[in-house]
Design a protein around this ligand. Structure first.
Ligand SMILES: [Zn+2]
Length: 277
């Protein structure tokens, strides 16, 4: 059985920590470097449900995409939910390791996993300087509506589902995808001359301006749903490493839906148009 430090060394080779953004907090949050590792669980969010799942599974290592403490902390007291996660994990000998923006920019990384589940072929990074996002070409053009339906079928179910902006009948052939929050990437999206952009967390003003200025089609999914496919990719990558090194690791992906949005109500109050009832 490998030690935690040996497994982490392989994970750092997949997602080099020095490629993380300056503001990010990647790496090992808790865990004994000398502890043996047999079971590994991958998840997007280091939240209570996922920590409990890791314990129930008998995992020795939990790898998440999002950091537990992005801005640092002065306490891990269990009275706060983050401290509770730390206590739960340490009590049950579960290490926690984070690969965030270093996994976003890796090749293959978060946006490659997203493109793959959508059945898209990446041809270039969206932001060449950082390796962030992917430009993809569809084999056959399809309408923006069909492209959104493709995402609705392929991505894990969430209350939000898929939102679309732009002409639903416009033809889409060249698209950009970026897992996680993507509305800081509009300059790169415009420069890439794509027909549509699939990402998460798009806000009113950037979305409105993009649609008004360029006729770009926007497809907005839940943040968690755009990153969850990375867990499957990462699990496969670690399973291959385990085979190659004769480690016999049991690698699994969390079944918890950790999208914080849990219910969707379609709004129904119509503005008064002045037309007779
Ligand atoms: Zn994210």
């Amino acid at each position: 059985m490998p030690r935690l430090s040996e497994v982490i060394a392989e994970l750092d080779a997949l997602w080099p920590p020095e490629r993380a953004e300056q503001w990010d907090a990647v790496g090992t949050v808790c865990g004994d470097p000398d502890a043996p590792v047999r079971r590994v669980l991958f998840a997007v969010d280091p939240v209570r449900a996922v920590a409990d799942e890791a314990v129930a599974l008998g995992a020795d290592l939990l790898v998440t995409h999002h950091p537990l403490y992005l801005r640092g902390t002065t306490t891990v007291a269990a009275g706060h939910f983050k401290g509770r996660v730390v206590h739960t994990l340490i009590k049950h000998d579960v290490a926690l390791h984070v690969a965030h923006t270093n996994a976003d920019t890796a090749d293959p990384g978060v946006s490659d996993a997203l493109a793959a589940v959508l059945g898209l072929r990446p041809v270039a990074p969206l932001v060449p300087a950082t390796g962030l996002g992917r430009i993809c070409e569809l084999d056959e053009p399809e309408t923006l509506r069909a492209f959104a339906e493709r995402a609705a079928r392929a991505l894990p179910a969430t209350a939000q589902g898929i939102r679309t902006a732009g002409d639903p009948d416009a033809l889409v052939r060249r698209v950009a995808v970026s897992g996680g929050s993507g509305d800081s990437l509009f300059d790169a999206v415009r420069a890439a001359a794509v027909d549509a952009f699939l990402t998460a967390d798009l806000r009113h003003h950037p979305a409105s301006e993009a649609v008004q200025h360029t006729g770009l089609g926007l497809v907005d999914a839940a943040h968690w749903a755009t990153e969850q496919p990375w867990c499957d990719l990462a699990a496969r990558q670690l399973a291959e490493i385990s085979d190659r090194r004769g480690w016999d690791l049991e690698v699994q992906v969390s079944t918890a839906v950790t999208d914080p949005w849990s219910h969707h109500s379609a709004s129904s109050a119509h503005l008064d148009t002045g037309a007779p009832n």
